[in-house]
Write a protein that binds this ligand. Structure first.
Ligand SMILES: [Zn+2]
Length: 260
């Protein structure tokens, strides 16, 4: 039963991340993600509806353009699969919706909002990994998602407001003390995304990002892939921490506090 129920959220997530993949390619190039139809970057042929079906389209074409045969990067498939998994994750965490009053695409309204929030973080991850910057526009949309979340839970405004401040303010102070530690985009990201998560999960997200980013930095140094003065994009680690905190925050925090 759960398998059938998960099908629609899976494809909703995969389609959303397919769009975010396009947005992540167009935004840094100054193009509007909503403008015009998708075309093959190699031959310029406009893609048909069958080519745009997430996951299945890539598999049916075995990763090659239908018109010119040039390879479609496996990144497209992977990003869509991650989106599908997050669609199922939001179903698991926020519960199913059976009627339009409850939600859309089989997800409760809050789950759908959470999935869109994950999609924005997906675009942030791809763009930051490619260009080492986080567009202000994406942070503004994340903040808007946080405000919409507040409309669903108006009683939690203090918790959510603290979520916006509890990691971003320490990061800002650290940035002032040690210039160049991380970018202003990272700080704005944690303020905007924290507004949706509340302070407990945002603290957890910051902690997870610190552990993940720290381990990656040590690996870079040990493998001599980077020197002490080099920088790497921290945004993807923040985004991963935020998504893990969204979906598994309660279990992780309960597990942590069982040791105290
Ligand atoms: Zn082509």
């Amino acid at each position: 039963m759960f398998c059938l129920q998960a099908l629609v959220p899976f494809f909703a997530g995969a389609a959303l991340f397919s769009f975010m993949n396009v947005a992540a390619w167009r935004l840094p190039r100054g193009q509007n993600p909503l403008d015009g139809r998708s075309a093959c970057p190699a031959c310029g042929h406009v893609l048909g509806a069958a080519d745009l079906v997430p996951v299945l389209g890539w598999l049916a074409l075995r990763g090659r353009c239908r018109y010119c045969g040039s390879p479609i990067p496996v990144r497209y498939l992977l990003v869509e699969l991650v989106g599908g998994a997050l669609g199922v994750g939001c179903l698991q965490r926020f519960g199913p919706a059976l009627t339009l009053a409850e939600g859309l695409f089989g997800l409760r309204w809050e789950g759908l909002l959470a999935l869109v929030w994950c999609g924005l973080l997906g675009a942030v991850t791809l763009i930051d990994a490619d260009t080492m910057t986080i567009p202000d526009r994406l942070n503004a949309l994340l903040a808007a998602a946080g405000l919409l979340g507040l409309l669903l839970h108006p009683g939690l405004w203090a918790n959510r407001l603290l979520g916006a401040l509890c990691v971003s303010v320490p990061m800002l102070l650290l940035c002032l003390a040690i210039p160049g530690g991380f970018g202003g985009g990272d700080i704005k990201l944690m303020a905007a995304a924290g507004l949706f998560l509340g302070w407990q999960r945002t603290l957890l997200a910051g902690f997870l990002a610190l552990v993940g980013g720290g381990a990656y930095g040590i690996w870079l140094l040990a493998a001599r892939r980077a020197g002490r003065r080099d920088h790497f994009a921290f945004g993807p680690f923040l985004c991963a921490g935020l998504v893990i905190a969204l979906l598994f925050g309660e279990e992780l925090l309960r597990w942590y506090f069982s040791f105290l």
